[in-house]
Design a protein around this ligand. Structure first.
Ligand code: SAH
Length: 682
């Protein structure tokens, strides 16, 4: 069956009704899911298996039957481990129907049909009793319901309910406990994801400083977790201010309370500095004694050399509401508060003696709007002084005394820069954003906000003036893939009749670039697994492959590649250029060719990104910034996501001793739909 879904096209800006197969969402969910990544997580799998074996043995040694409840069984993996370890019976609960169906098939294929009952329900709907889903309560509780923040996927309410209704008192739990760790750091880099630093502009009449409003300075930001691959953050990018401290633990074998609560620990800085960031991660003990431990500790904490890469569990960055100077040796109190699904932090200098139980810390709510408008990478981008410099230099080249300037970008500082750089006429800017920003910089009447979409621009908005300089970064919050920012081109086309005949467009053009890469680890998230701990999970592989192939042409997916090391196997190749000085052509743009592979390696996929040519000799790249050594290690723009197109045959080529020497490509930009279709042949 097909359904029609209304959506704004991110590239063309057009409102369109797309005919979507009703299965589209579910295929997307499976194709982009983390199941493959989890099945490739050897460290996690072996430790679960050890923990489950030990729990089954403990129960059987007590002379009891081992009845397992596996909440969120996914592929059925943990239930199969339990059955193989000698459990008498397993109830495998899975709420996501396609997964529950897959689990049934996988369980059957591995010969556990008599031992495992798959129940397609949310655990809170499961019934116990002679006519219920479960005959009796279980005495072993197995789950893997954790996200990077531990509790973000609802582990606490699920456990709370399971202890009340589904398991026996004194049951075994795998994992047995989870512990959350924190470390206080100072980091200009990470802090730049949360606050706007003063922007310096070298204008002809001296330096101008754009400041952020005091509301923004004081704003505690948004509560959403910032989860990153902290192992990709070089130690030079942060200063450790405290030892690693245990913040709180949860014992999963006892009744769990999900109600909001706070935890407080004492902290003594090992170094003086600015307290800005709490880095956090967790570990799980699979057994009560804690001998089977699976940890997310980052590289500078972990003692073992055996390092497990994973993307389904990373580390968290929490921004303290305000930065504060702290002194080595002084007494600090760090409070972690959580509700059912998220955690936030507050640092205090002296103990509030009044009432310990009363230390309720409000969940952060953005008061300045900026944290709602700009996400963390966007903050980082706006704070990139080097990038700003390129825009300043280019604006200086194109702005003249009589310029009438119009800015097309979301939540952009460009109109402010244009004003400071001597656009004598008041610059216009589309109202894509509502910022108190202009007010703080006393610009309310220096910049005119147009409350209309570009397609609906009229000459009265522009007071009958014609635009002589059209500027954009371009940046739009609706962009997911690099080329979605080509919306600038469509907006430029829509406002054409308001432009002077010799209008200057900045950027004057953009180009799409591509490079073939070998990923150090990211390939795992899209690679079939075959068998996992001896269990045949190919049904899952097939299901993912089927979902990936659901659309005739495969899609590229956005990834922030600074977090995912890769090696270039080819030179970067320019594929297409988009001339913003002209309107969007009615015909599509396409190219084909082949790119030579210069290094030995596994061609996992192609990375694509955009470069913007601001003025004749000034360009900014949203992708590759450098190939840092002869091994081909790449450096990427840290504020942008790049597009990754995974080759489906790359996995096969891993087993071949001969590597292909070239990759053929065919790329087509459909100007009607704004979509880029691509095809690669190894
Ligand atoms: N146990 C598997 C899969 C873990 S992913 C493994 O370790 O490989 C977590 C799964 O739990 C997802 O498939 C999700 O759909 C399911 N899930 C989460 N909360 C649930 C709940 N309360 N009841 C039933 N299923 C749940």
């Amino acid at each position: 069956m097909k359904t029609f879904c209304g959506r704004a096209n991110p590239t063309t800006g057009a409102m369109e009704w797309v005919e979507e197969d009703e299965n589209y969402d579910y295929h997307q969910e499976i194709a982009r899911s983390r199941y493959a990544d989890m099945l490739h997580d050897k460290d996690r799998n072996t430790k679960y298996y050890q923990g489950i074996r030990a729990a089954v043995n403990r129960v059987r040694e007590r002379g009891e039957k081992a009845i397992v409840l596996d909440i969120g069984t996914g592929t059925g993996l943990l239930s199969m481990m339990a059955a193989a370890a000698g459990a008498d019976f397993c109830y495998a609960i899975e709420v996501f129907k396609p997964m529950a169906n897959a689990a049934v098939k996988i369980v059957e294929k591995n010969g556990f049909r008599d031992k495992i009952k798959v129940i397609n329900k949310h655990s809170t709907e499961v019934t116990v009793g002679p006519d219920g889903d479960m005959q009796c309560r279980a005495n072993i509780l197995v789950t893997e319901l954790f996200d990077t923040e531990l509790i973000g996927e609802g582990a606490l309410p699920t456990y709370e309910h399971a202890h009340k209704y589904l398991v026996q008192e004194g049951c075994e739990a795998v994992p047995h406990r989870a512990t959350v760790y924190v470390q206080l750091v100072e980091s200009k880099r990470m802090w730049s994801w949360n606050k706007l630093f003063p922007v310096r502009v070298e204008a002809e009449d001296g330096e101008k400083i754009i400041v952020s409003p005091s509301e923004m300075e004081k704003c505690p930001g948004v509560p959403s977790v910032c989860d990153i691959q902290l192992n990709q953050m070089p130690s030079s990018d942060f200063t450790i201010l405290s030892d690693v401290v245990t913040m709180f633990s949860v014992d999963f074998s006892k009744p769990v309370r999900s109600a909001p609560t706070c935890y407080r620990v004492q902290l003594e800085p090992v170094k003086s500095g600015k307290a800005q960031i709490i880095l956090s991660w967790w570990d799980i003990d699979m057994d009560p004694s804690g001998t089977i431990n699976c940890t997310m500790a980052p590289y500078w904490v972990k003692s073992t050399s055996a390092f497990q890469w994973r993307d389904h569990w990373m580390q968290c960055v929490y921004f303290l509401p305000n930065e504060e100077p702290v002194l080595q040796g002084e007494q600090l109190y760090l409070t972690a508060c959580r509700d059912e699904y998220s955690v936030w932090y507050k640092l205090q200098k002296a103990r509030e003696e009044d009432n310990k139980a009363d230390v309720r810390v409000e969940s952060p709510v953005c008061r300045c709007q900026a944290h709602l408008l700009w996400n963390r990478p966007r903050f980082g981008q706006l704070n990139d002084q080097n990038r700003t410099c390129q825009y300043v230099k280019s604006l200086m080249k194109v702005l003249k005394a009589g310029s009438v300037c119009l800015c097309v970008s979301d939540g952009s500082l460009l109109p402010v820069l244009a004003h400071h750089l001597g656009a004598k006429q008041v610059p216009y800017s589309f109202h894509f954003s509502d910022l108190c920003f202009f007010k703080a910089n006393h610009l309310e009447d220096k910049i005119k906000i147009i409350e209309a979409r570009p397609e609906l621009l009229t000459s009265s908005h522009l007071e009958d003036k014609k635009i002589s300089v059209l500027v954009g970064e371009p940046f739009f919050t609706t962009s997911l893939l690099p080329w979605h920012n080509l919306y600038f081109w469509y907006a430029r086309t829509a406002v054409t009749r308001h432009l002077t005949s010799n209008v200057t467009v900045l950027p004057q053009s953009a180009s799409l670039h591509m490079m073939i890469v070998e990923f150090q680890d990211l390939w795992r998230i899209r690679s079939p697994c075959g068998t996992c701990e001896g269990f045949d999970v190919r049904t899952m592989d097939d299901m993912i492959q089927n979902s990936l192939n659901f659309r005739e042409s495969k899609e590229a997916e956005p990834h922030p590649l600074w977090e995912y090391p890769c090696k270039s196997l080819s030179d970067p190749q320019e594929l297409l250029t988009f001339d913003f000085r002209e309107t969007v052509p009615p015909h599509g743009l396409s190219t084909e060719g082949s790119v030579n592979l210069l290094r030995k390696g596994k061609s996992h996929g192609a990375v694509l990104w955009m470069e913007y040519h601001l003025a004749a000799d000034i360009s900014v790249s949203t992708g590759l910034t450098q190939i840092s050594n002869e091994k081909g290690n790449c450096e990427w723009n840290p504020h942008c996501k790049q597009a990754v197109y995974f080759f489906s045959s790359a996995i096969e080529s891993q087993t071949l001793s001969e590597f292909p020497t070239a990759v053929k490509y065919a790329i087509n930009f459909d100007t009607k739909t704004g979509e880029i279709a691509m095809d690669f042949k190894l």
